[in-house]
Every structure is written in C-alpha cells, then in structure tokens.
Design a protein around this ligand. Structure first.
Ligand SMILES: [Mn+2]
Length: 442
C-alpha cells in the first residue's frame, strides 16, 4: 500500500477553482448529554483532502495571489492534552501534512479576513456548516463595503463546494479500495460468527455485541453505521436499531452491518434462519431476492447505471411477487403501477466509500444518470418485506423480511464482488449456521 497522496487531491481541487477560495472545516465534537460527547467523527470531505483526524480544524485553499493549502489546527496545550488527548499542533502538522502553511485555529478569523481578499468566488459547504459560513459571510459583508481594488475586495459569489469534492470521490484509488477490502475481512468474520451464534433463546443484543467485538478486534475500527440486527417481523422495519429482541425458533434474522477502516465503510446484509434451517416458504422468498440480487450484479459493468441495475432488480422481484400470489397481473402492469413498491420500498444500491451512503453524484451536471466507471463502488441490496400486520398478504408470508446486500467494485473487465466470501447461497448459510461461534473469537 502507498501512502495516500492528499496533496495531489488538494491540487486537483485547486485546479478546478479559478479566482476562488475554498474553506473546508473539519468536524467538531457533538454533545451527547451534559458534558459527554459522541465519539468524534471527522468530516468526510475534510478527511479526503487532508487525512487529518483532529476536531476543530479548517482547510483553506487559495488561488490568489498564489495557489496554496493552508491548515488551521488546534494549538498544542499540555493541560488540555492531559484531559482530552494528544494534539498534533501547527508545527508538526506543517511537517507531516504537506500543506503550505499551518496556523492555530484561534488565528482563523483574523487570517481569513486577509485570505479572502482578491478572490472573486467563495466555495464552502453552504448547507451544513452554518457557524463557519455565517462567520465568513459576515467578514465578506464587512469587507464588501470597503472594496476599492481587486486586492482589497472580498468574494462576491458564493458556491457550494461539496459537488466538486463529491465528483472527485466517485472513483476510488487503490488505497481506498484496499481499506474497504481490509475492512471486509472483519465484516465477513462478524457475519459468519453471527450465523454461528444465533439460536432460539439468544438475543439480538448478543449478536450485536459479538459483531461489535469482531468489528474492532483486528484491523477494522468499528461499525461504519448502526448495526441492524432484526429478527422476525423486526426485519420489516428498514432501519431497526433497537437490537434487543429474543430470537425465536422458526424466525429469520436479518443483519445489516459493516465494519470500517480509516472511515471507509463496508455495508453488508445477510438474512438467515435463527435455528439454522430455512423453512420451505422462507427458502422460496429467499431465492427470489437472491435471484434479483444476482441479476442486479450481472449488470454491474462500465457504462451501466444504478438506475438500470434497479430496474432489472424490480422486474425479478415483481415476477417473484406474482409467483408468490402477492401481486396479480403481468410484470409490466405491476412495474407500471409501481405495485411492487409496497414490498420493496427502497433503492437497489448506493455509492459506498468514506460515507456509507457515499457523497458521490447520482447524476451528471446535465441531469443524466452517472455511468459506472473503473473504480466506483456501490451496494446491491434488493429485499422483500412482508409485515406481520399486513392482512392482505397470504398468511404464511407474514412476518418474513429478507434483504441481501453485497459491495461491488467496477473494474476494467466487469466487476469484483468485494463481499463474495460472505455466505449467501442457502446451502452455504446453513453450513455457516452450524459452526461453533467460538472459533471466530481466536
Ligand atoms: Mn446499504
């Protein structure tokens, strides 16, 4: 693995900025309650451009009079560091992070007043950085009334910087792919361990705890998003995160959980029987979802789009719903009326990367679907959901919820399924369920 070239990324962004200054703040701590905080999570765009993982930092890219990367970081402070952790400080940051200049973040308001001058345009996150944006806007307003020459004028045009970075983040480089492949090792192990541990009388909580352990034990660094450990009818709640119900004999268990590494996410769903054996009806529904998923993946190649993948998936699921006597009529009619959406209400895939729903464009600037290219990564996750409370469904289907999700990398010759090693065929799953979970603890 090579060290990620953050400098090159900043230069690439700078090259798209003419007469513009970009201000990209990192994340700050978020209060959980009173004086405790949620675990710190860096802003993905800031991380992508700096690799720096400390809170309260700000990256500034200037193009006038020179193209420069300037980073504002927290000051070294032995007292604060004793309480809340080590800080790199501006001197070390200058040495390590290959930016042109570094300052303490306390200097930001004073420095930005000078840095803004001479730039026609300001690029910032206009939607989700209200505090920093308001501060910069007020400085621009103050300077605006004083303008005389270019060199003494602030930006007059404000633009949203995120789309520029989102485009850059669409195609993953070799390091990014490697982070996700490495994270997938723990994700595979945790899903297999969950299949082995699940049994009637166990609790969703225990499965959750075991997966969290395996997500942090080796190279991965925790869960990329809240684990969904949904048994029985809970699987019909798409974002079920209570994870505290007892596992019942005869129920399925849907697990949507993935570990992350260096903030790069994996996002995997498997559905399997609590007691290790699919019933006939569970297997019948499962095979429909599996066929839809394989069909979707078979369309994963350069030039295709997520929308096309979704359309193929919906056709297979709709045929399945007709076979199950949930829907009446032809596939075309049911696609036309979107009747299938009652049982498959979500999309088939999303981009995956630094964010689990990676911030990459779904459409081009011309409002056309983004085409797959070598190095994009996305999920393929069809499902069927039959809630217990839906009296219009055949009774034997009620309470079944199934989703199967893999992570797909588009390559020059087609695609690579990054999660192909995680059991998915009925036979593989039943074998994995029959294992002893303790072998995954070693
Ligand atoms: Mn997903």
């Amino acid at each position: 693995m090579f060290p990620t070239n953050f400098k090159e990324r900043r230069e690439k962004l700078l090259n798209t900025l003419t007469d513009a200054i970009a201000i990209i703040p990192g994340a700050t701590h978020v209060t959980k309650s009173h004086d405790t905080e949620y675990p710190f999570r860096q802003n993905s765009n800031f991380k992508y451009l700096t690799g720096f993982n400390e809170p309260d930092s700000i990256l500034v890219l200037t193009s006038y009079p020179d193209k420069k990367s300037i980073l504002f970081v927290r000051e070294k402070d032995p007292f604060m560091e004793m309480w809340s952790g080590r800080r790199m400080g501006p001197d070390k940051a200058l040495e390590i992070l290959e930016v042109d200049e570094t300052y303490t973040v306390e200097k930001f308001p004073e420095m930005i007043e000078k840095l803004l001058l001479g730039h026609e345009k300001l690029y910032m996150d206009l939607f989700d950085e209200p505090k920093t944006f308001a501060m910069v806007r007020d400085i621009c307003k103050k300077l605006y009334h004083r303008k005389k020459t270019r060199a003494s004028s602030p930006p007059k045009n404000f633009f949203h910087v995120n789309p520029l970075i989102e485009k850059m983040r669409l195609v993953k480089d070799q390091n990014e792919i490697q982070f996700m492949k490495t994270a997938m090792i723990a994700t595979n192990k945790a899903h297999r361990a969950a299949m082995a541990l699940a049994a009637p009388g166990r609790n969703e909580k225990e499965i959750n705890a075991l997966m969290q352990y395996l997500f942090t034990k080796d190279l991965s660094q925790g869960n990329a998003y809240d684990n969904i450990i949904a048994s029985g009818d809970n699987a019909n709640i798409l974002h079920y995160i209570e994870n505290n119900a007892e596992l019942k004999d005869g129920d399925l268990l849907l697990i949507d959980a993935g570990s992350e590494l260096n903030l790069y996410a994996t996002d995997i769903t498997r559905t399997f029987p609590v007691n290790g054996k699919f019933t006939t009806v569970q297997a019948e529904v499962y095979e429909i979802v599996l066929e839809a998923q394989k069909t979707a993946i078979s369309h994963a190649w350069i030039g295709r789009t997520l929308k096309e993948v979704h359309e193929h998936t919906c056709r297979v699921l709709t045929q399945g719903l007709i076979d199950l006597k949930v829907l009446k009529g032809s596939v075309d009619e049911n696609i036309e009326t979107a009747a299938f959406r009652k049982y498959y209400p979500h999309g088939t895939g999303h981009w995956l990367g630094l964010d689990v729903h990676d911030q990459n464009p779904y459409q081009t600037d011309e409002y056309e679907e983004t085409k797959f290219e070598d190095g994009v990564i996305f999920t393929v996750e069809p499902g069927l959901y039959f809630p217990k409370s839906d009296a219009t469904l055949p009774e034997h289907l009620r309470g079944i919820g199934i989703r199967i999700e893999d992570n797909i990398l588009i390559t020059q010759n087609g695609h690579e399924n990054l999660s192909a090693m995680i059991p998915k065929e009925i036979k593989e799953i039943e074998e994995a369920c029959a294992k002893d979970y303790k072998e995954f603890l070693l």
